[in-house]
Design a protein around this ligand. Structure first.
Ligand code: C2E
Ligand code: MG
Ligand code: MG
Length: 647
């Protein structure tokens, strides 16, 4: 068992709370701000005893026998106080002390100058002392007694019964007043020290209580072995995500993950090894997920992963890929490499449910489905999703090896200058020839490459290859052909993208102005200073920028100026219906006019027939590409096309 320091704290605190009451001064009241210990009682008793002892001697010396007797009586009572106190009877000791002081002061008043005596001046101190002890009944009784003594002296004085007032000589009066002041000061000082200590102790107990409460809170909500949120906190987080989901309309996914062979490991290597493994799994799971995602350990080898704020279900595939990767490598347990696999069940809100219990239950059911399907896999509660996510994972896995296996290649689609009536360049379009599945279109695998991060590796290769090919055309005497390369928004966000471009140009020897980068409007949505800087750095190499699929995305055209764009590529969808739809024609006309005003040239994408070509030329469009001339073809065929000029 893990014993936390806080548990010890809790004990300390509990002990403090259970400590026997050291001083029940009187039976009635329990609240007591000041707990006088035996030492303090002894100190006070000795101070007062010394004072009354001295007074007794002075009175004997002055032959004021009655006062001397009273003083001696008080001394006797104080001795009794000390005796009781020494025997551990502090309650009685305190009562005796207060009683002796009250009697002593009253006696001094009777024997002295009555209401004009100094003794009643010490009454308030006595009351304060009694009150500070928290002994309310005692204090009440004391106040009554002191008041009664004052009234009695008054009555006796009025009736002439009081012994004739004996005036003290001034030095005695001075000494008495000074003594009262000193004793009062000493008592108040002691009480104030005790109070300060009591407050400090209360403060430290409060702090300890706060710390232990926080620790209890943590222990209640976290798993002792891994420190991850436990079932309780996991449920709580899911609850919050679902509330949030209703507000932002996004998607929440719950992944129920169960280790496949944990029991075997536990049984064969022992529980300590099992714990070590669980800890490593927890750390790895945590490390592959975002801080905003929750990983909770809900029991033994079961974890729940909560993904909130998802825009689409595609995001889930990315996370499943990461989770699968966690179990691809062996875990090192006690110096041994242990391979563990996991089965995952996934449920998605709102589609599969909108409350915590239902979602957890559905994810659990899906996890069992995964186990039954042979383990080491995942299953969606909604079986329809299995195929699409499995497909994405399959594609991602295939893409990883596609480059190395030469399955990826570039095809080139010629770009035509209408005026010159010849091919002036080509757009490089990526092709994947999958060994089993045949041709996979870029619209299918580029988004997967973007999601699994392979787009950088693939994009770099495309740039290098396109530059090499374009330079080889020049070297073959095909003219100053340009090459256009599609760039993913993710590539643009890379800090060293300009270096990648420069390297591709340098490695091929292609002049910068023969390379055109096609950016989609969507990559310009994040029109940040970084993007502007990056494009400026790229342009320093002479590279041109074209906006692909123009007209389909972004409406704020300010970027055309800021980013120093060279060309607009009118999206195929407008060109397609240019002869059939007056609106599309109007749009193309507007784009061409705007482009010319901004000194940009225009390429029409997807020109499929002569009528469209005719219309585009009439509208002032200068360049085009499309099936009318040629689809994208392998590099050798493109070279033949240019050579034969068969368009
Ligand atoms: P895109 O850049 O707009 O490419 C034009 C697409 O239109 C190409 O599709 C091309 O084959 C097709 N096309 C050209 N002329 C015609 C025509 O007359 N009629 C019709 N119906 N289609 C025509 P593809 O090759 O399937 O590429 C699709 C998209 O995939 C590209 O759109 C581009 O966004 C992306 N892509 C292709 N290669 C790469 C690449 O290397 N990197 C990146 N990031 N994206 C790429
Ligand atoms: Mg393009
Ligand atoms: Mg396009």
């Amino acid at each position: 068992m893990v014993v936390s320091p806080c548990t010890a704290d809790v004990h300390t605190h509990a002990e403090t709370m259970a400590r026997p009451d050291p001083m029940p001064v009187d039976g009635g009241v329990s609240w007591r701000p000041l707990a006088l210990d035996a030492l303090r009682v002894r100190q006070i008793a000795w101070v007062v005893l010394s004072v009354f002892g001295a007074l007794a001697l002075v009175n004997v010396f002055r032959e004021r026998w009655m006062s001397a007797v009273f003083d001696a009586g008080v001394v006797a009572l104080l001795l009794l106080t000390l005796w009781r106190n020494a025997r551990g009877q502090s309650t009685q000791a305190i009562q005796l002390m207060v009683l002796s002081l009250a009697l002593g002061l009253a006696a001094l008043m009777f024997a002295g100058q009555g209401l004009y005596d100094e003794a009643p001046m010490a009454y308030p101190t006595l009351v304060v002392l009694a009150a500070m002890l928290g002994a309310r009944r005692l204090t009440r009784a004391l106040v009554l007694f002191l008041l009664a003594s004052l009234v009695l002296v008054f009555v006796l004085d009025q009736n002439g019964i009081l012994p004739s007032i004996q005036d003290s000589p001034p030095w005695i009066r001075l000494a008495e007043l000074a003594l009262i002041l000193l004793v009062t000061w000493m008592l108040v000082q002691m009480i104030s020290n005790d109070l300060t200590q009591a407050i400090a102790q209360l403060e430290s107990e409060k702090r300890a209580l706060l710390v232990s409460r926080q620790e209890i809170e943590r222990l209640v909500h976290s798993d002792a072995l891994t420190g991850l949120p436990n079932r309780l906190l996991g449920r709580d987080r899911l609850e919050q995500l679902l509330v949030q989901r209703v507000e932002d309309g996004r998607i929440v996914a719950v992944v129920f993950l169960d280790l496949d062979n944990f029991k075997t490991i536990n049984d064969s290597l022992g529980h300590a090894a099992g714990d070590a493994l669980l800890l490593q799994v927890a750390v790895k799971l945590r490390s592959v997920l975002r801080d905003t995602d929750t990983v909770a350990r809900i029991s033994g080898d079961e974890f729940v992963i909560l993904l909130g704020n998802l825009k689409s279900e595609h995001g889930i595939a990315t996370v499943i890929t990461k989770l699968t990767r966690v179990f691809r490598e062996a875990f090192n347990v006690n110096g041994m490499d242990v391979l563990v696999t996991a089965s995952m069940g996934i449920t998605v809100s709102p589609r599969d449910g909108e409350d915590v219990d239902r979602l957890l239950k559905n994810a659990d059911l899906a996890m069992y489905d995964a186990k039954e399907s042979g383990r080491n896999t995942f299953r969606f509660f909604n079986t329809g999703m299995n195929d699409s996510v499995a497909e994405q994972l399959h594609l991602a896995a295939g893409l990883r090896t596609a480059l190395g296996n030469g399955e990826l290649c570039l095809h080139y689609q010629p770009q035509i200058d209408f005026e010159a009536g010849r091919i002036v360049g080509a757009e490089a379009l990526l092709r994947w020839q999958h060994p089993e599945r045949g041709f996979i279109p870029p619209a299918t695998f580029i988004p997967v490459a973007e999601r699994c991060g392979l787009i950088h590796e693939i994009g770099d290769w495309v740039l290098r290859q396109a530059c090499l090919d374009a330079q080889s055309w020049r070297e073959q005497g095909l003219g100053d052909l340009t090459v256009a390369v599609n760039v993913s928004p993710l590539q643009l966000r890379r800090e060293d993208f300009d270096v990648v471009v420069a390297t591709a140009l340098a490695a091929s020897g292609l002049p910068g102005d023969a390379l055109e980068l096609e950016l989609t409007e969507s990559s310009l949505v994040l029109d940040t200073r970084d993007l502007v800087d990056m494009l400026q750095r790229v342009r320093r190499h002479g590279v041109r920028i074209a906006i692909d699929d123009f007209g389909t995305g972004y409406s704020n055209l300010g970027y055309l100026r800021r980013l120093s764009v060279h060309r607009l590529k009118i999206d195929r969808s407008f060109v397609d219906r240019i002869c059939a739809d007056a609106n599309d024609e109007a749009l193309v006309r507007a784009i061409v006019e705007m482009a010319h005003c901004l000194n940009l040239s225009v390429v029409a994408e997807g020109v499929e027939d002569a009528a469209a070509l005719q219309r585009l030329r009439e509208l002032g469009c200068e360049f085009g590409q499309g099936y009318y001339w040629s689809p994208a073809v392998p590099e050798v065929d493109f070279v033949t096309l240019v050579r034969t000029k068969v368009l």
